[in-house]
Design a protein around this ligand. Structure first.
Ligand SMILES: Nc1ncnc2c1ncn2[C@@H]1O[C@H](COP(=O)(O)OP(=O)(O)O)[C@@H](O)[C@H]1O
Ligand SMILES: [Mg+2]
Length: 306
């Protein structure tokens, strides 16, 4: 009987999928990058870049336009094969591996790409179901629907948003739907590329609070690319600065302010930076979720004890 092609073993399908599930990562650095090099022809984007992301933190990743923030994210998630260097995720070297070799790792992260990019012909719930179908094809349809509805509500969308198409939603709601899809697989690691881009300041602040709250309640580690100074002040535990092909500085905002790198000074001390500091102070006073709300044992950016 064994080996017969039409042997039916209905229970083993989902067991097989569950076998992919590894326990939560308990090490200190879920992402470790060393000596990373990325180039497109003559154009060197990253050269000997190193970075460590701490478990449980929201790491803001900033840098001028075109400094390689998105390429860095794409390298970590395996969409961009680096020319050199080493990338470890959850303690596993995944450099240059084919995507399907990393299924145990890939199913433990969620991604919100720049621009959000929901499938416009699918409803919000169907969008959330895409990764579920990909990674857990044996999952019963009703259970899949149930998980999708739960994720939609988790991101603060009304339940009836699940059956809507992206074009029927506001910009802020679309971002939440994208976040729901990124959370579909209960990830430990979340990659967000410019999540607040295109939102008005109020919508952006609400999304920031949601990201901070989800991070703390779900115990996520977040790699957050942004150029939004308000976001950095409000929710990031540390900030990594990309310039000259490398991470030129990493730390809390007060720590970064001590750097004399010209881009850092311009960025964090320019007129827009002062406005953002004022906003952060106001939001802290008003009791919105700020970096202090999580209570994690990480150094705090501006606002705490200032
Ligand atoms: N697939 C690609 N082919 C060629 N050049 C690329 C590609 N992707 C990104 N680049 C270039 O790499 C640099 C970094 O891009 P990106 O990471 O998207 O910047 P950003 O920091 O704004 O996210 C840019 O100069 C961009 O033009
Ligand atoms: Mg980008």
């Amino acid at each position: 009987m064994a080996g017969q092609p039409d042997d039916t073993a209905p229970a083993t399908g989902s067991d097989g999928a569950l076998a992919e599930i590894t326990p939560p990562y308990e090490g200190e650095y879920p992402i470790v990058i060393e000596g990373l090099r990325n180039a497109f022809g003559e154009h060197v984007v990253h050269d000997d870049l190193s970075l460590k992301v701490r478990r449980g933190e929201i790491l803001g990743v900033v840098g001028g336009s075109g400094t390689g923030k998105s390429v860095l994210m794409r390298s970590i998630i395996g969409l961009q094969r680096p020319q050199a260097g080493r990338i470890e995720v959850f303690g596993k070297d995944i450099t240059g591996a084919e995507p399907d070799q990393n299924i145990g790792v890939r199913s433990h992260w969620g991604v919100l790409f720049q621009g959000g990019a929901l499938f416009s012909t699918l409803t919000v719930a169907e969008n959330v179901e895409v990764p579920l179908k990909e990674f857990f094809p044996e999952l019963a349809t009703e259970l899949r629907h149930e998980i999708a509805r739960y994720k939609v509500v988790l991101t603060g969308l009304p339940a009836d948003a699940a059956s809507k198409f992206p074009s029927e939603l506001s910009g802020g709601m679309r971002k939440r739907a994208g976040l729901a899809r990124a959370l579909a697989l209960d990830p430990e690691l979340l990659f967000l590329d410019e999540p607040t881009a295109g939102l008005d300041p109020i919508g952006a602040a609400l999304l920031d609070d949601l990201i901070r709250n989800l991070t703390d309640t779900l115990g996520l580690t977040v790699f957050l690319i942004t150029h939004d100074l308000d976001t950095l002040h409000a929710i990031c535990d540390r900030v990594a600065v990309l310039a000259d092909g490398q991470v030129v500085a990493i730390g809390t905002i007060p720590e970064l302010l001590r750097s004399d790198h010209p881009w850092i000074q311009e960025y964090f001390n320019g007129p827009r930076a002062r406005a953002a500091t004022a906003t952060a102070d106001r939001r802290q006073r008003d009791g919105a979720a700020g970096p202090g709300a999580g209570g994690k044992a990480l150094d705090r950016p501006a606002g705490q004890g200032a």
